[in-house]
Design a binder for this molecule. Structure first.
Ligand code: MSP
Length: 572
């Protein structure tokens, strides 16, 4: 029986159109999903949009649209963007869909019937941008997360007995050290929860753009309870057909570090309260910081994926994001770094290895893979085989630990080793000679090179699906989709395999590529739905501005514990 694997992205707010930051998370999940599929796992990859709440209601008003019209339009831009990027999501959940509403209300009822919901009054501050209750501060105080002024809210609300879960959560983190990755985030969450949790408001009653509370439709469900539930409602939880839920839940949630608390504290507490299984793990990555020279409030700091894809292709973007940025840490994006990395690792690295190896097999062996000779072998041949074998096993381990950058570095170590091997063994000189020894040696060198190329291509396929599929075909191996990655071993390339037509996969990019991308980004001003215009929503400006300057602890684990009723209302 195959293993089941379920992975999710955060669902993206529809107040902004998709940019490279959203694409980063979605591409990382796509890569993981593709690797699992290639390993034969029964895989489900979910993404979607988060469409309720006061923030969206106001964004719609500002755009002169109904919230539903507005959500429909922006949700569509996410979907279209993911389709253009060829992202292999299996389902796209929208929180305004009936299936989701039904599931969220079912979850609410379950938590309520288990005795964890009660009515109270919230008087305090609220940050609409973060959809966050901010406790213990006065009117107008800035949000501890984003710095925007909070608004005073005085409403009758429903509360969730979060305080009842302090010990259970601490026990969870202790018993399952891999529940939160990386370790730094886990430590922050643990320290915070150890400080004690207060009950949390989970409904709003002063606006209506949300899912009605069952049996009390004056209230709408707090947007984070609504949003987090997507991970199970998309699988059919609370609906007629729960087969996917039974099959795939629990799964792995990949998120940006700024939403750790919602995922690692609230979500497991809600699931525990409902008596449902907890996620397999929550993986938080860092932020993508944008090219410094492009940081400008008036322009909004947003890089579109289309720009990069048009100039260098989707695989270049995918490779760059996973290779350049150490997963879990913040990383800078710049067009210069992108082009440098592209030329060094793809055009001169993998692309060059493919073209020189395959061209020589064409030239010297009529396009058929030669068999390595048993005689005249050198330690250099065995060294390549050994490096390839260890690359195969270590790559998987690193990948499973979300260390994409190290995994790719390792695989490109094999590319570099083969390059050196080719230079040292001079197959072009051997090719000029007709004696048997030279022919045998040439066969061994080209077989070894082609086999190493096959190994790197297979390993890199989840990261660069298009380019690797082309190299695979050029190697004469047919469709890479059919290849079972779990069977990958050194020495599987068959004697006599007829190569396909050889074409450059990564043409070298010259300086004009950077210039073109800059120009395209400048032209983006005024494009689109009003979300990508010259003066983007302040929300986006602040998101990008805050990225560079604050640590997660400053952002999400400030001294206040938002969402809690006044201490008089409920004890800790
Ligand atoms: N709607 C909530 C999430 C609800 S999940 C149940 C939300 N949406 S968001 O549109 O603000 O998207 C946040 C996510 O987008 C981040 O957690 C991250 O995955 C991704 N990113 C958005 N900007 C990013 C960067 N600049 N860098 C890296 N990731 C970024 O929060």
């Amino acid at each position: 029986m195959s293993n089941k694997f379920y992975i999710t992205t955060p669902i993206y707010y529809v107040n902004a159109r998709p940019h490279i930051g959203h694409a980063y998370t979605t591409i990382a999940c796509d890569t993981i999903a593709r690797r699992h599929r290639m390993l034969g796992d029964d895989t489900w990859f979910l993404t979607g949009t988060d469409e309720h709440g006061q923030k969206i209601e106001r964004a719609a008003q500002a755009a002169g649209k109904t919230p539903q019209q507005f959500a429909d339009e922006v949700s569509d831009t996410f979907r279209t963007s993911w389709d253009r990027l060829g992202l292999s999501y299996d389902d796209f959940i929208r929180t305004t869909s009936d299936r989701h509403k039904q599931g969220v209300q079912a979850l609410w009822r379950k938590i309520r019937d288990n005795g964890y919901i009660y009515k109270g009054v919230y008087t305090g501050q609220y940050c609409v941008y973060d959809e966050l209750y901010v406790d213990g501060v006065g009117p107008g105080a800035p949000c501890p997360d984003c710095g925007r002024p909070t608004e005073t809210v005085h409403e009758e609300n429903y509360y969730f007995k979060l305080s009842a879960f302090t010990d259970k959560l601490i026990q969870l983190y202790a018993e399952r050290p891999d529940f939160i990755t990386p370790e730094t985030r886990r430590n922050e969450v643990m320290a915070f929860v150890r400080g004690g949790l207060r009950d949390l408001s989970i409904s709003r009653s002063s606006f209506s753009w949300g899912i009605p509370v069952p049996d009390d439709p004056k209230h709408v469900i707090y947007v984070w309870l609504d949003a987090l539930s997507n991970y199970i409602t998309a699988l059919g939880y609370g609906q007629a057909d729960t087969s996917k839920y039974e099959k795939f839940w629990p799964g792995v949630h990949m998120i940006g570090k700024e939403i750790v608390r919602f995922h690692c504290v609230y979500w497991p507490a809600w699931l525990m309260a409902a008596g449902l299984p907890l996620p397999k793990g929550i993986v938080a990555h860092g932020w993508l910081l944008f090219e410094e020279s492009k940081m400008s409030k008036s322009r909004g700091n947003i890089v579109r994926t289309e720009t990069i894809v048009d100039v260098l292709g989707i695989d270049a973007l995918r490779y760059f994001l996973l290779r350049e940025i150490v997963f879990g840490q913040d990383g800078s994006f710049s067009f210069d770094a992108l082009v440098q990395r592209y030329n060094a690792d793809l055009a001169n690295g993998l692309g060059n290895l493919a073209s020189r190896t395959l061209t020589m097999i064409n030239r010297y062996f009529k396009g058929e893979v030669p068999y390595p000779s048993q005689s005249g072998r050198t330690p250099a041949d065995e060294a390549i085989a050994k490096t390839a074998r260890s690359t195969i096993s270590e790559f998987g381990t690193l990948f499973d630990q979300y260390q994409f950058s190290r995994a790719l570095d390792l695989a490109w170590g094999l590319v570099a080793a083969v390059d050196k091997y080719i230079v040292e063994n001079e197959p072009w000189s051997l090719g000029d000679k007709q004696d048997e020894t030279s022919r045998a040696r040439l066969a061994t060198v080209l077989y070894t090179s082609a086999e190493a190329l096959r190994v790197v291509t297979a390993l890199a396929h989840p990261v660069m699906p298009d380019a690797t599929a082309k190299i695979w075909t050029q190697l004469g191996l047919g469709g890479i989709k059919k290849f079972d990655l779990s069977s990958l071993q050194w020495g599987q390339l068959q004697l006599g395999t007829k190569l396909g037509e050889i074409q450059a996969v990564f043409p070298r990019a010259d300086k004009s590529a950077v210039e073109r991308m800059h120009q395209m980004e400048e032209q983006k001003e005024g494009v689109g739905t009003g979300l990508g215009s010259a003066k983007p929503p302040s929300a986006l400006r602040a998101r990008t501005n805050c990225c560079g300057s604050k640590s997660i602890s400053e952002l999400r684990f400030g001294s206040s514990w938002p969402g809690s009723p006044k201490p008089t209302n409920r004890s800790r």
